[in-house]
Design a protein around this ligand. Structure first.
Ligand code: PLP
Length: 387
């Protein structure tokens, strides 16, 4: 506490808007306020900015500009992908959606909706690290499957799936393939020219753009039923006057994320590894989730036996450290994370999970302070629960 500034270790939840991004979108809250559908000069100016943002984002994805559809967030992208693909292609014996039990709720809820509309929902098995099992993929992705959706990087554990390979295999069985790349953009190489996914969702607020903007890559020729209908904007894929300011923000943030990807990966990985090693040294029975698999560098999810995440998070917050739990708090009751449950983590361990997620701004000094404070809080929490 005291004079120490707070430490933000919740970058998987959201990130601050970058100064460059704020500056890039500022003119669109002033003189450049036009509606891109208007034919006069104000409209043409807005249209040009929107087109340019689309081109810049397309370049970041290895896509054609017409394959980029701006939307409001990752949740909208995931919902649109799963539901709109399924609605467009189900039939001819293909009525199933295949996904994983470790997806974000944005995908799981859309898959439930498919089932409510007469489709079938299938969940792939994952191993103890949260990696999709090959045998399960082979068994479930058959010729009754319309759409397969697998997230690239998991938001709770950071586990990375081999999306290019899974997309290839789904497509060889005639299923369309969507990936939730909300945590993956800016972390792994994403290139629609060489990787065969059909749809891919990203979200601005995870990469230094504001909340309320996202984008969906929709490969040319993919059948698609719009979710939002109206004035025919975005080639009829998503009606509604476009958010030009935020599209410019997303394109700017995306370019920065791609340019800085490797440098940020190396830095965050070193910090995360140091944090992990020191926690394990100080607390030998701590369990690091997904430690045996390829993991994104910004996420450390660790369970401390004999503690519970809610009180640990509060104690950390009191010491100025902002982290998050592996559990969802719904109407006052804490349910263990569906991700950790699917990996076979016992409920007692899952309810002791702490997720610390780093960002490009995280410093060595901040990690030093967490390393100093964390074991003390664990010892205190354990002595309280033993008393
Ligand atoms: N998918 C993943 C993996 C996420 O981490 C999130 C955000 O937490 C989402 C989807 C939803 O994104 P948004 O908050 O932009 O709706």
């Amino acid at each position: 506490m005291g004079a120490n500034p707070p430490i933000y270790l919740d970058n998987a939840a959201t990130t601050p808007v970058r100064a460059e991004v704020f500056e890039a979108m500022r003119p669109f809250f002033g003189a450049k306020f036009g509606n891109p559908s208007s034919v006069h000069r104000f409209g043409r100016e807005a249209r040009a900015a929107l087109d340019e943002a689309r081109e810049r984002l397309a370049t970041c994805l290895g896509a054609h500009p017409d394959e980029v559809s701006f939307n409001s967030c990752g949740t909208e992208g995931d919902n649109t992908a799963v539901l709109c693909l399924w609605r467009a292609v189900h039939g001819n014996g293909r009525r199933a959606v295949v996904t994983t039990p470790i997806e974000h709720k944005a995908v799981l809820a859309a898959a439930h909706q498919v089932a409510a509309e007469g489709g079938e929902e299938r969940l792939l098995a994952v191993d103890a690290n949260g990696v999709v099992r090959d045998d399960s993929f082979d068994a479930l992705v058959d010729d009754a499957v319309a759409v397969t959706s697998v997230m690239w990087i998991n938001n709770e554990t950071g586990v990375i799936q081999d999306i290019p390979a899974l997309a290839e295999r789904a497509k060889s069985r005639g299923a369309l393939f969507h990936t939730d790349a909300v945590q993956a953009f800016g972390k792994v190489v994403i290139d629609a020219r060489t990787q065969p996914f059909d749809l891919l969702a990203i979200s601005g607020h995870k990469i230094g753009a504001p909340k309320g903007i996202g984008a969906l890559f929709i490969r040319r020729g993919t059948p698609f039923e719009p979710l939002i209908r109206g004035g025919g904007q975005d080639r009829g894929r998503r009606a509604g006057t476009e958010n030009v300011a935020y599209a410019v923000a997303l394109a700017t943030a995306a370019e920065l994320a791609v340019a800085e990807r490797e440098a940020h990966w190396t830095r965050m990985e070193a910090l995360r590894d140091r944090l992990q090693a020191r926690i394990l040294e100080a607390i030998p029975d701590a369990v690091v989730h997904s430690a045996g698999a390829r993991r994104a560098p910004h996420i450390l999810n660790v369970s401390i036996p004999g503690t519970d995440s809610e009180s640990m998070l509060m104690a950390l917050d009191m010491r100025g450290i902002a982290a998050s739990g592996g559990s969802a708090c719904q109407s006052g009751s804490v349910t263990p994370s569906h991700v950790l449950s699917a990996m076979g983590v016992p409920a007692s361990l899952a309810s002791a999970a702490i997720r610390m997620s780093l960002g490009p701004m995280t410093t060595d000094e901040e990690i030093d302070r967490v390393i100093e404070v964390f074991p003390k809080l664990v010892a205190k929490s354990r002595s309280l629960s033993a008393a």
